[in-house]
Write a new protein. Structure first.
Length: 216
């Protein structure tokens, strides 16, 4: 299993019990959709799996560090595009090395990722964001651009676990087609929240309010 949620209990800050002894598992390499009524806790569950929230009880195990694309992106406004992509430290280390600073910690940070700038450029171009600079503040981006930057991160990091919350929100038709193609081609484990019409091969009950739907 790539994602295992075992006996999870979570209480909302308003003290509403949202999940009680919830168990969910997604097999390695499978694609799954988390569906349910508004307010059922889909986004909260994804945040818990991503490690953005901590459960009251229970355990969450992931096969690898996930790449998480949240529905709301305002919390990233203080970052740069490179920072949002998790590449700012590597870029700074590379620049330091290229200017003659041979400190060992720069090489450790870069981790042989010498083509990080080229990969950033290629990923942004794929998502029609070639006009963005890696040093551009995220606050200057539209909602759709922020989402596409995060989607570009999938190309850069090639995660084995991908979590996405309503990724098609704010995307135009062309970008949605790129998203659908990415989902189809993704080889890792995917858990997504979406109201889009995604092909559903199997639906399994997760709890009384939300379900896991596997998509091919």
């Amino acid at each position: 299993m790539s994602i295992i949620v075992n006996a999870l209990t979570y209480t909302h800050p308003d003290r509403e019990l949202l999940f009680d002894n919830l168990t969910v598992a997604v097999s390695s390499g499978h694609k799954a959709a988390l569906v349910g009524n508004n307010g059922a806790g889909k986004s909260t569950l994804l945040k818990l799996i991503a490690g953005r929230l901590q459960p009251v009880a229970g355990t969450i195990s992931l096969a690898d560090t996930p790449w998480y694309i949240p529905q709301h992106t305002g919390q990233f406004d203080e970052l740069t595009v490179a920072g949002l992509l998790g590449a700012d430290q590597k870029r700074m280390a590379l620049q330091a090395i290229l200017t003659g600073d041979m400190a060992e910690h720069h090489f450790a940070t870069l981790n042989d990722d010498w083509d990080i700038d080229e990969r950033l450029e290629a990923a942004l171009t794929h998502w029609h964001l070639a006009h963005l600079s890696p040093d551009q503040p995220v606050r200057s981006l539209s909602g759709g651009e922020k989402t596409r930057v995060l989607l570009a991160g999938v190309l850069i990091h090639a995660p084995s676990v991908l979590l996405m919350d309503e990724p098609s929100n704010h995307l135009d038709t062309e970008s949605r087609h790129l998203l659908y193609a990415m989902i189809q081609q993704f080889k890792g484990t995917l858990l997504v929240i979406s109201h889009d019409r995604l092909r559903q091969d199997h639906i399994a009950q997760a709890d009384h309010r939300a379900v896991i739907a596997c998509i091919g």
